[in-house]
Design a protein around this ligand. Structure first.
Ligand SMILES: Nc1ncnc2c1ncn2[C@@H]1O[C@H](COP(=O)(O)OP(=O)(O)O)[C@@H](O)[C@H]1O
Ligand SMILES: [Mg+2]
Length: 350
């Protein structure tokens, strides 16, 4: 069977600020009648989706197969983004995919309740903290007293296009504001100064638990919301009598499940959730696609940041000199074929 019928290019190969990856999770081992419908080809830059009459080929910046380690994923996805943040530019890492496809595993680690920080399966977020503070320490060693860093974190959830604080949880809906000085921000969002990776991790763990508690007490499903962990990194450097201040923001985002509305038989509140999720995920796709086109063709283009809370919140962290990594998580089995195809088609527009 030929696999050469169609090829779709995704991401933005070369010296690029937006990278699109795919991660294929391993099957869970107790799936009756499991058969695999995806394969990785061309040294990890192509994904083949087996279908009749001909397989389809999709090209990405990188496709990680089921045996990929958390460390390898972080190296592909996170290192450049973090290095760029320490140099003073914003960065964002998103995990995209249907519920159960491995987004939280990729971003956080294997167990949402346990302390994963030392765990060899810890995900992109704890590894980002470690690498960030390692780079900060290196900078401090290089510059001594002359360079200082201050990191503050916040954690929020976007559910049904409404923003909630997860650091200091409350049912109060928070609003986005815009200022000339600081750009887009969430009014009233709590922040905490974190001095090292383990402090950042403690904040992450306790607020992740808040997300679970909030979802139960308010009848919302945590997989139906976007969780956005932000780290503000400020550096002060003295050069002679002048003090240079740089700030950057690192956003680590576990997106809501991308399952198709028609497959979930949703009604009532779940239908509303599905509508908000579809809208904000497709808007994220539109924004990223527009940014890729701008950077590729060097042309001006309208970017629809304001069309959803998520993209407006991240407006100043997407595009320009910011680095963005998006990892689309998929399940390899035939039972997820419909979801996988729709997800490849949307991430392929990027
Ligand atoms: N790459 C992987 N290796 C091992 N287990 C995984 C992997 N990806 C996901 N899992 C497991 O599959 C289950 C669902 O994954 P999860 O990350 O919670 O999905 P999502 O956040 O997309 O809904 C979890 O038990 C998780 O530990
Ligand atoms: Mg999840």
């Amino acid at each position: 069977m030929s696999v050469k019928d169609q090829s779709f290019a995704c991401g933005d190969a070369g010296e690029n600020n937006i990278q699109v990856f795919v991660r294929i999770r391993p099957p869970s081992g107790d799936e009756p009648g499991y058969s695999r419908v995806v394969d990785v080809a061309d040294g990890g830059t192509q994904l083949i989706l087996h279908q009749e009459p001909n397989p389809r080929i999709f090209a990405f910046d990188f496709v990680a197969d089921i045996t990929s380690t958390q460390d390898a994923i972080f190296n592909r996805l996170g290192r450049k983004v973090i290095e760029n943040c320490v140099a003073g530019y914003n960065g964002t890492i998103f995990a995209y995919g249907q519920t159960g496809s491995g987004k939280t595993f990729t971003m956080l680690g294997p167990n949402e309740d346990a302390d994963n920080f030392q765990h060899e399966l810890r995900g992109v977020i704890p590894r980002s903290f470690e690498y960030l503070y390692q780079l900060i320490e290196r900078e401090k060693e290089l510059h001594g007293e002359g360079k200082q860093f201050l990191c503050k974190c916040s954690f929020l959830e976007i559910y049904n296009e409404q923003i909630f604080d997860l650091l200091e949880p409350s049912p109060t809906v928070l609003h986005l504001r815009e200022s000339l000085k600081t750009g887009v921000y969430v009014a009233g969002l709590s922040e905490k100064v974190v001095a090292d990776a383990s402090e950042a991790y403690e904040v992450l763990c306790s607020s992740w638990m808040n997300r679970k508690v909030a979802s139960t007490s308010m009848n919302r499903e945590s997989s139906r919301s976007h969780a956005v962990f932000c780290l503000q990194i400020e550096s002060k450097e003295k050069k002679g009598s002048v003090e240079h201040i740089r700030t950057s923001q690192l956003n680590l985002v576990d997106l809501a499940g991308s399952e198709r509305q028609k497959d979930t038989n949703a009604t009532g509140i779940r239908l509303k959730e599905a509508g908000s999720i579809n809208k904000s995920l497709s808007n994220l796709g539109n924004v990223i696609m527009a940014l890729v086109t701008v950077s590729r063709d060097n042309k001006k283009r309208y970017i629809p940041y304001r069309d959803s809370k998520l993209t407006f919140l991240l407006r100043d962290s997407l595009g320009g000199n910011s680095k963005t990594s998006l990892i689309a998580c998929i399940h390899p089995g035939h039972k997820c074929f419909g979801e996988t195809l729709s997800m490849l088609q949307c991430t392929c527009l990027l």
